[in-house]
Structures are given as structure tokens and as C-alpha cells.
Write a protein that binds this ligand. Sequence first.
Ligand code: ZN
Ligand code: ZN
Length: 289
Amino acid sequence: MDALGCALFPAFCTLCGSPLPQLSSVPICDVCWTEFPVLSGPSCARCGDILASPAFDSTQSSAALCRTCRLVPPPFVRAVAFGLYQDRMKAAIHALKYDRLHPAAHGLGQMLAAAIARLASEAPTEMLVIPVPLHRSKYAERGFNQARSLAVHALESLRKSHPEWCLTLASSTLMRLRATDSQTGLTPRQRRLNVRAAFSVSDPSAVAARHILLIDDIFTTGATARSASQALIRAGAASVYVATLARARLINEFSRAAFFDGAEENFTNSPAATVQPASIYSSQDQPSF
Ligand SMILES: [Zn+2]
Ligand SMILES: [Zn+2]
């Protein structure tokens, strides 16, 4: 199998293009694996967004919240991510998702495991792990759910590093009701409407009073995480934590807050709104959710 796998990939790193020293089933070089953009510095205690300025009381930095979470508290307890959705991370997620570079899921799953491990001291000892589902039409088109692949590999790694933590994969618990369009090019308001009430729980008794760990590849505006968490809480879940491989860097925090509060109506109807949405992301090429 290995020989067959090797034969399928070129001897160049998919991410940086440098020649690989040896044929590998994962065409990503050792340097790239160590240079994924990681998150550092002060971040929001709820959604994990990077806090641009130390405008918060430094004595309470552990409880500092971003403007969005202060205005519209999310239904999840806390969201963590391994790295920023840019550079190598962006290329690797793209390779996994669209080029079906399945072998990359192992290494990326280990990064997701590192993010989940940051919850170990505070999260419940027993949790149901639920990957954000694709709608069945998108699943049929793509053939796999990248969030589930990442969750499987992350759990494999966590079973070794945190054997006392009881994390159980429950892939079919959450359903995506609507075939939401790609979020690419949508305004923040359109993104929010796109995922509103998009999720449902197939069997509420499976999540009733359970603690949930929701998994996705990318956390962009948080609209998907909020919508999925809401569905789980409504179905009776005791709490929801969120872990993603990467998160988009938000440059203009006001725009994101406007995404969730009442100000969005005026905001999105203003002439400037046509150009504003793109400025809240560090990149133009947006993930589909
Ligand atoms: Zn490389
Ligand atoms: Zn926040």
C-alpha cells in the first residue's frame, strides 16, 4: 500500500514546492510541518479571537472577552484553534478538502489534538465529539467530511496523550438541514443568514445532558459554530466546546461585532458595506464555512 501511495504523489512538497528528500505518502516537507502559523498572544476567553490591543484589564486577562462575545455571548463555552488560517495552514486545508490529500489528515489531526488538549484542564472528563456535518449533497460531491477525518485522527492522538479523557466520536448526531451555499463572497449578514437554523439533532436523547466537543476545520466568523452549538443546546446538551484546526484572523473587530448585533442592518445597508466585509478577513479566499 505504501509503495502505491508513494507512487501517486510527486516528489515535491505540495505547500512550498521544495523537493522532498524521499518519496512519502504525505507530500508535505518537514520544514512545512514545523512552520504552520500558530496562535499566540492574548485572545478572547470565549471564542479565542486574537485581542488586538491590551485594552483589557491585564489583571483579568484570563477572562478578557472580545467585543463580539461581550455584545452577543456565544452558545458555546469556549472555542480553541491550533493556528491561523493563512499561509501553509490555508494551503494544507485546501489540499485536504479540495485536492483530497487524505494522508495529510493525520498530521493536521495531531495539530487539532494539540488545540483540544488546551481544554483538558477545564472541559468535562466525558464528552461526545461531534464533527460539523456537511449537507448530504455536498458530502456526495466531496465524498468525505474533512471535519470528521480531522476528528478521527485527533482522537487517535488524544487517546495516547490523555488516556483518562473519555472522548467518544458521534458523527451522525448532528445533521445539516440545508445545502448552504458556499460562504465565499458573502457579506457577514448573508453568512449569518446562510447558516441560521441550518442544523438539527437527529436523536435528542443522544445529546441530552451530555457535554459536546464540536469539531470543524476552520472558524471564520463563528456563525457556523454558533448555529451548530445552538441546535445542540436546544436538543438538551449540557455544554458545547468548540475546537477547530484554524481560525481566520479578523482585522476589524467592529465588523465582526456588527455581524451578530442589531447594528448589522444599518451596517450592511450602508454604501460602504459593499467593500467592508472583505476587510474583516486577512485573506480574500474564504472557506466555505
Ligand atoms: Zn514544504
Ligand atoms: Zn470572543
